[in-house]
Design a protein around this ligand. Structure first.
Ligand code: XIL
Length: 846
C-alpha cells in the first residue's frame, strides 16, 4: 500500500501507515484534543485519488485533460444514476459532534451539459434506514471551475458514514443523461481524533508475504503472487471448496469484546474470473466451552476480476475465548472462485468511559438497573455498567424464544453470561420474562404433531399449561445454580407476565395466543407456577407499557386488584415507561400513586418497579442523525424531573431500570432516549438524572437551561436557589420526622405518611452512605423476600411502624439478616403475598 495522497487522520499523516504485516497497537492518532482545523482529507489529484472510491457504476481516474491547479484532476465517468460518483468512508475519521468543512473545485468536462454537483453523507445507524445529509452543492458547467463548499456536523452513534460526490441528471426523457464530472483541490478540515484515539489494531498490506494471515479451509492455498490494490502485491486465495474458505487472521489478542472496531479490506475476484461476486469479512468467535458464533462484519457487492471493492463495517464483538477474522463468500452463494485481498485495516477509536462523573447508582434512592446483553459484560461497556448500575435486566436473553427456541431444547448460554457477570460483580438481576405473547417461539401454541394452532380442547389447554409449567420450572431450576433464591442468587425479581393488558377489550386483557387457548387463567397460572418454582425469594412482577396512560392504568389496576383479591402471588407491578418528552410526569406519578392506593385499599403488600425506562426525544417523529442540542437539554430536564419524582416514591420502588446503556444500543435509537451516547459519554440526560431538582447543591454540573422550554407537559424546572444549606446535597441523613425534603413534597395530603421510624442516624458502614435495603451487595443481601419483610427477631431495632424508607434500612441489616427483618416499603404485617397465598384458595388448576 502506498499512501501518497496528502491526508491526515487525527493529525498524523496516514502515509505513516505504510505498514508491513500486522501492526497491533500502532497508534494512528494519539490526539486527545486536536485543533478544529486538522486536515482530514487533502487531495490535489496529481498522483492518486485515494481515499476516494467509485460509488455504484462510476469509474474514477486521474485525468490531465483539465485541472484547477497542477496538471491533473479526478474524472468521474461511467455513471448510470445520479447518486453515483466518488465516495470515502468517514465513520472512523470524523468525530461525533464535530464540524467538518469541505472545499473542492468541480466542473463538468468540455461538451457536457450544465448540472449540479453535490457532496452528501450517507449515515447508517443500527435498526433504522440510512439517512442522507447534504454537505454542499453547486451549479457547474463546462466553462469554468466552481467551488463546492459546505459544513457537516457528524452525528452521534453512527455505525456507518460515507461522504460522496454526485451529480444531478441532465435532460429528461430520452435525452436524460448522467453527466461525467471533474474534481480537483479537495480538502476536508475539522477536528480529528476527538476525545479518544484511533488505534490500528491490525493493518496488513501483503507487500512482504501473508503477514500473519493464512488460508482458511482444507486444501485452500494462499500466496501473494498477484498485483495489489494500488501497490505491489495482494493475497490470492485459491482452491476454495466451501463458501467459508478464504483467508484468516487470529485476532484473539487484538480485539476486545465490547469495544467497537472499524474494519476495512480491499477485495476482488481472482484473475480472469468472469462476472461479479459478493465478498465478506466475518469473525468466528469461539467460547470457552468450544461453541462457535459467526458474525458477518460487512460484505461488499460487485467485486470483479478487474475492479477492487472495499469492504467496510463497524464491529462490536461479543464475548469470546478466541476469535478469527476472515474473508469469505456469502453462505449459500455457492461461489468458490478465487479471492484477492489487500490492505486490511482494523481500527478502534473508543474513548472509554468517563471516570470523573458521579456514579448514577448513588444518585437514586432505589436500585438502579440497566438492560444489557453479553456485549456489556466486557470492555468499556461493562465498566459503564459497573460504575453506574447495581442491577441488570437481560434485554433479550431470558425471553421465552431465547430460553426454549424449540420444545425441550433449553439454551441458557447467553443468559448464563449475564448471570455470571452479575454473580462476579455483585449485581442484582431482574429477570425478564417468563410468559409473554411476543418473542415466544411458535411451537408453544402449536400441536406438536401437526404444527396446527392448539385448539381450546381440554387436551390442548392442558398441553399449554404443562408447557408453561415446564418452561418456568426448567428456567428456575437452571438459574438456581447461581445461589439460593432470596439468599445469594442474583435474581431478585422477575417479570412473570408481560403486556397482558389491552384496555380496548371488554375485560381489559390482550387477545394473545395464551388468552385464546387458556383464557384469563393463564395469568394466574403463571404466577402460581413461578411461585412454586422460585419460592418467596424472588419478587414476582406483572409488567406492562403505557401504564401511565389513564385508560391503560385503569385496566391494569382492575386486573391487579382482581389478582390480589384472588390471592394470586403477585408481589410487584412494573411500569415499562417507554415514554417521550411529551409524556407528563404527573401522569406517571399518578399511576404509581394509584397502585399504591390500590395496595392500601386491599391492605396488601405490593412493590412497584420502573422496568424499561427510555425517553424518546423525537417527539414529532423527527428522524435525526444526531440529537439536536436543544432537545438533548430538554431531555436532561425531563430526566431530572422524572428522577426527582421517582425519588419521592423511593419507598414504593423495587428498582428503576433504563432500557439500554447507550443511545446506540437502544431499541428506540432513533429517539436518542438514554443517558449515554454511543461513545459512552454522559448526555444532559445523565446530568439531569444525577441532579436533585430541589437541591441546587447537587453534585455534578446541571444541564444548561434550554433556550425555550418545550411545551411537553412536564414539570417546569424549579428555579435554582442561591444558597444550599437547607437541603443536603447527598443522601439526606434525616432522622425522625424532621429534616429532609423541606416544603416541596409531592405526596398529597391524603397520602399515607411513611415516616422513618428507625434509629436516628443511618449506618454509614458501607462506604459512608446509607443504602436502600435493596441495594445489598452479595454479602449483605437480605435472604428472604427482600422487597417486603415483617418486623421481628432479626432487627437490631424494633420499629413500630410497618413502613420504612431507605435511610432507615441499614441499621436493620446486620451482616447475617434474619428472614424476619425490618418491614418493607409495602409491608402490612400479615397480609403479605405469602400469607395471601396460604390463606386463599389456590387458582384452580386441573
Ligand atoms: C425489546 C428489545 O429491547 C429489543 O432488542 C428486541 O428486538 C425487542 O424487544 N417491552 C419489553 C421488552 O418488555 O422485552 C422489549 O425489548 C421492549 C418492549
Amino acid at each position: 500500500m502506498r499512501q501518497s495522497w496528502r491526508a491526515t487522520v487525527a493529525g498524523l499523516a496516514v502515509g505513516a501507515l505504510t505498514l508491513t504485516g500486522a501492526a497491533a497497537g500502532a497508534t494512528i492518532g494519539a490526539v486527545a484534543a486536536a485543533a478544529a482545523d486538522d486536515t482530514i482529507i487533502d487531495n490535489d489529484f496529481e498522483s492518486t485519488y485515494e481515499p476516494w472510491t467509485a460509488r455504484g457504476d462510476a469509474d474514477l481516474a486521474l485525468t490531465t485533460t483539465e485541472a484547477a491547479s497542477g496538471s491533473s484532476s479526478l474524472a468521474v465517468t461511467g455513471r448510470t444514476a445520479s447518486w453515483q460518483g466518488a465516495a470515502t468512508d468517514v465513520v472512523s475519521t470524523f468525530v461525533a459532534g464535530e464540524t467538518y468543512t469541505l472545499d473542492a473545485q468541480v466542473k463538468v468536462p468540455a461538451g457536457t451539459a450544465a448540472t449540479t454537483v453535490a457532496a452528501t453523507v450517507q449515515e447508517s445507524r443500527d435498526g433504522t434506514d440510512d439517512a442522507y445529509t447534504q454537505v454542499a452543492s453547486v451549479a457547474v458547467d463546462a466553462d469554468g471551475w466552481a467551488t463546492l463548499t459546505g459544513t457537516y456536523v457528524m452525528p452521534d452513534a453512527l455505525t456507518g458514514a460515507v461522504l460522496y460526490l454526485e451529480a444531478a441528471t441532465t435532460g429528461s426523457g430520452d435525452s436524460a443523461a448522467e453527466p461525467d464530472f471533474l474534481v480537483d483541490d479537495l480538502g476536508v478540515t475539522g477536528t480529528a481524533g476527538g476525545t479518544g484515539q484511533t488505534e490500528a489494531v491490525l493493518a496488513t498490506d501483503f507487500e512482504d508475504g501473508l503477514g500473519g494471515w493464512s488460508a482458511r479451509g482444507d486444501g485452500v492455498v494462499a500466496d501473494t503472487t498477484t498485483p495489489g490494490h494500488d501497490s505491489g502485491t495482494a493475497a490470492l486465495v485459491t482452491n476454495r471448496t466451501e463458501e467459508w474458505h478464504g483467508l484468516a487472521h487470529d485476532v484473539t489478542s487484538l480485539i476486545e469484546p465490547g469495544s467497537t472496531y472499524q474494519v476495512s479490506a480491499w477485495v476482488k475476484l481472482g484473475p480472469d474470473e468472469d462476472g461479479t461476486a459478493d465478498i465478506g469479512l466475518s469473525v468466528q468467535r469461539t467460547a470457552a466451552d468450544g461453541g462457535d458464533s459467526f458474525d458477518n462484519v460487512a460484505t461488499a457487492a460487485g467485486a470483479t476480476a478487474d475492479d477492487w471493492v472495499q469492504i467496510t463495517g463497524t464491529y462490536q464483538p461479543g464475548p469470546f475465548e478466541s476469535a478469527t477474522l476472515y474473508v469469505e463468500m456469502p453462505y449459500q452463494s455457492a461461489d468458490l472462485r478465487p479471492i484477492v485481498v489487500d490492505d486490511v485495516l482494523v481500527t478502534t477509536s473508543s474513548a472509554g468511559i468517563e471516570t470523573d462523573v458521579p456514579d448514577l447508582k448513588d444518585a437514586l434512592d432505589v436500585p438502579f438497573g440497566v438492560a444489557i446483553d453479553g456485549r456489556e459484560t466486557t470492555g468499556p461497556s461493562s465498566e459503564l455498567v459497573l460504575k453506574h448500575f447495581d442491577q441488570i435486566t437481560p434485554e433479550n436473553d431470558m425471553k421465552p424464544e431465547e430460553i426454549q427456541p424449540t420444545e425441550g431444547t433449553f439454551t441458557f448460554d447467553d443468559a448464563d453470561v449475564l448471570m455470571q457477570f452479575a454473580k462476579d460483580d455483585g449485581l442484582r438481576v431482574y429477570g425478564h420474562v417468563l410468559v409473554w405473547h411476543s418473542q415466544t417461539a411458535d411451537w408453544m401454541f402449536e400441536d406438536p404433531t401437526t404444527g396446527e394452532p392448539l385448539t381450546t380442547s381440554d387436551e390442548d389447554r392442558q398441553l399449554l399449561r404443562d408447557r408453561m409449567k415446564t418452561h418456568i420450572d426448567t428456567f428456575a431450576e437452571h438459574f438456581a445454580q447461581y445461589g439460593a433464591y432470596g439468599e445469594d442468587n442474583p435474581i431478585r425479581a422477575i417479570d412473570v407476565v408481560n403486556e397482558v393488558i389491552s384496555e380496548g377489550e371488554d375485560d381489559g386483557l390482550r387477545r394473545s395466543e395464551w388468552y385464546r387457548i387458556l383464557g384469563p387463567e393463564y395469568i394466574r397460572l403463571a404466577f402460581e407456577y413461578a411461585h412454586e418454582a422460585f419460592g418467596d425469594g424472588v419478587a414476582l412482577f406483572i409488567n406492562d407499557y403505557n401504564t401511565e396512560q389513564p385508560a391503560k392504568r385503569a385496566a391494569y389496576l382492575d386486573l391487579v386488584g382482581d389478582l390480589l383479591d384472588e390471592g394470586v402471588p403477585v408481589d410487584g407491578v412494573g411500569h415499562q415507561l417507554h415514554v417521550s418528552l411529551l409524556q407528563p410526569i404527573n401522569q406517571i406519578e399518578a399511576s404509581i400513586e394509584a397502585v399504591d392506593a390500590l395496595a392500601d385499599a386491599k391492605g396488601v403488600d405490593l412493590v412497584q418497579a420502573v422496568t424499561e425506562l427510555d425517553v424518546a426525544a423525537n417527539t414529532g417523529g423527527e428522524s435525526w442523525t444526531s440529537l439536536p442540542q436543544e432537545r438533548a437539554v430538554s431531555q436532561g430536564y425531563y430526566y431530572r424531573d422524572l428522577f426527582d419524582m421517582l425519588r419521592s416514591h423511593a419507598q414504593d420502588l423495587f428498582s428503576v431500570t433504563v432500557w439500554g446503556p447507550t443511545d446506540a444500543r437502544s431499541w428506540r435509537s432513533e429517539g436518542f432516549p438514554l443517558l449515554f451516547d454511543g461513545a459512552l459519554q454522559a448526555k444532559p440526560a445523565f446530568w439531569g438524572s444525577s441532579t436533585r431538582r430541589s437541591s441546587p447543591c447537587s453534585p455534578g454540573p446541571p444541564p444548561p437551561r434550554p433556550a425555550t422550554w418545550p411545551s411537553t407537559g412536564t414539570r417546569r424546572p424549579t428555579p435554582r436557589g442561591t444558597s444550599c444549606p437547607t437541603y443536603p446535597s447527598a443522601r439526606p441523613a434525616r432522622a425522625g420526622s424532621s429534616g429532609g425534603r423541606p416544603t416541596t413534597s409531592r405526596r398529597s395530603s391524603t397520602s399515607r405518611t411513611r415516616r422513618p421510624t428507625g434509629p436516628p442516624t443511618p449506618s454509614t458502614s458501607s462506604g459512608g452512605t446509607p443504602r436502600s435495603p435493596w441495594h445489598g451487595t452479595a454479602a449483605s443481601r437480605v435472604p428472604v423476600r427482600p422487597w417486603c419483610r415483617t418486623a421481628g427477631a432479626g432487627s437490631t431495632s424494633s420499629p413500630t411502624s410497618r413502613t420504612r424508607a431507605w435511610w432507615t434500612a441499614r441499621p436493620w441489616m446486620p451482616t447475617s439478616v434474619s428472614p424476619t427483618g425490618p418491614p418493607g416499603p409495602r409491608c402490612r404485617g400479615t397480609t403479605s403475598a405469602t400469607a395471601r397465598r396460604t390463606a386463599s384458595a389456590s387458582v384452580s388448576s386441573p
